[in-house]
Design a protein around this ligand. Structure first.
Ligand code: NAD
Length: 372
């Protein structure tokens, strides 16, 4: 079996799907491994560093055309997909909700497609969960970025020149990213409050030393995969109204509210922004899935009434070294769990919950109900 790893084809994404500290997991399988030249440029790892680990440098075309398993951080172009070997497998971050044409093409061309976004939320699969590994780092990066745009420091400082009050940070949405944002803001000395529609997170918020904001929206809850259930329009209106006083007293508001496979809920509108303090910062972490904040624009800083609204995307790439380490571990675990040494191939066992969920296309058929 030949496995190849492709360099990111998005100039804003500095991450690599392989990492020098984790590559031995793949080389230990005894398979041939190719990597696209310059793959580690965004994490300061040279081609020579990878070659020294026993893997082979190749052009992008060669990687795509020769391999049985291609690892990529983004979907491939139509031409690239068409040049893959029939029966080979593409594994990676495939953004399937926005790429239905790619799913159909993989079926037509007999290319197996594995979307790491569809790793199920079960304990056994946590080591492969790319959404969690990257959201965790994104939550950290969002706090640092927000702090950079604030004209005040985050911690309290008692100095001869006076007492400087700690910044107030409000985190809306306490999933993986939100929890790390709370922890990071606390470590920097801010006073932190947080809200989520899933009441189960109240204990987690408190255990990090932050205050859970109680907003009664009636019946909310989570799906069996642990994702939030969508609120009704009336509940969203109530949430906006009841959380606005917390936004008004905050220096930084970070929104992470997302709904798997659906547009993010719009939970901060101009009415709230107009009452916020000039100079305060809102970070919209859901900007790539439609945005939580009225007026936020992807990769821009919008100033509304003196409030800076940040819509920086691809946040995990801000800490590309650790993001690549975590991603490569996620990919390696999927490959090692399903590599069959006797057949020297991936064992697509559809009785396995992880295969059933993450493999969208197999042997020319679309396997996942959502995309049929
Ligand atoms: P996500 O990125 O889909 O959403 C982020 C957060 O936004 C969630 O906590 C959600 O409840 C919240 N949210 C949605 N609508 C909201 C609204 N209107 N107002 C406020 N908050 C809103 O979720 P995620 O971070 O990927 O994870 C969700 C949960 O799943 C977490 O509790 C996480 O710990 C759990 N999880 C479990 C596993 C596993 O068991 N293997 C793996 C990963 C995550």
């Amino acid at each position: 079996m030949i496995i190849s790893a492709l360099k990111s084809n998005d100039s804003r994404d500095s991450r690599s799907p392989i990492h020098i500290d984790t590559i031995s997991t793949l080389t230990n399988l005894g398979v041939e491994i190719l990597f696209e030249d310059n793959i580690g440029s965004g994490i300061y790892t040279s081609d020579t560093n990878f070659i020294d680990k026993g893997i082979t440098k190749a052009s992008r075309d060669e990687c795509i055309q020769k391999s049985d398993l291609v690892i990529s951080l983004q979907p491939l172009t139509e031409t690239e997909l068409s040049s893959m070997k029939k029966g080979s497998t593409l594994l990676g971050l495939m953004n399937p909700f926005s790429n239905s044409s790619m799913i159909n093409l993989c079926a037509d061309k007999n290319i197996n497609l594995v979307s790491m976004e569809f790793i199920p939320r079960i304990t056994r699969a946590q080591k492969m969960d790319v959404l969690s590994s990257q959201a965790n780092l994104a939550g950290y990066a969002a706090v640092l970025e927000s702090a950079n745009y604030l004209s005040n420091a985050l911690p309290m400082m008692m100095t001869a020149a006076g007492t400087l009050k700690p910044a107030k940070v409000f985190i809306i949405g306490v999933g993986v990213a939100g929890l790390q944002a709370i922890a990071t803001a606390k470590r920097l000395g801010a006073r932190v409050e947080a809200f989520d529609t899933r009441d189960v997170v109240e204990e987690q918020v408190k255990s990090l030393g932050a205050k859970f904001v109680k907003i009664d929206l009636g019946q909310t809850g989570e799906t069996d995969q642990g994702y939030a259930k969508e609120l009704t329009p009336e509940q969203i209106e109530k949430q906006k109204e009841l959380q606005s006083t917390v936004c008004e007293r905050s220096d930084i508001v970070i929104t992470t509210a997302q709904l798997f496979g659906r547009p993010a809920p719009r939970i901060i509108d101009n009415k709230t922004i107009e009452n916020m303090k000039p100079g305060s910062v809102i970070f919209d972490m859901a900007v790539e899935t439609g945005g939580n904040v009225e007026g936020s624009i992807q990769d821009e800083v919008v100033i509304n009434n003196g409030v800076k609204i940040l819509g920086i995307s691809n946040l995990a790439s801000k800490v590309s070294g650790h993001a690549s380490l975590a991603l490569s571990n996620n990919f390696n675990h999927w490959i090692c769990d399903f590599y069959d040494a006797e057949k020297n191939a991936i064992n697509f066992d559809f009785d396995d919950e992880i295969i059933k969920s993450s493999v969208l296309v197999y042997e020319g058929s679309i396997m996942n109900e959502r995309f049929k």
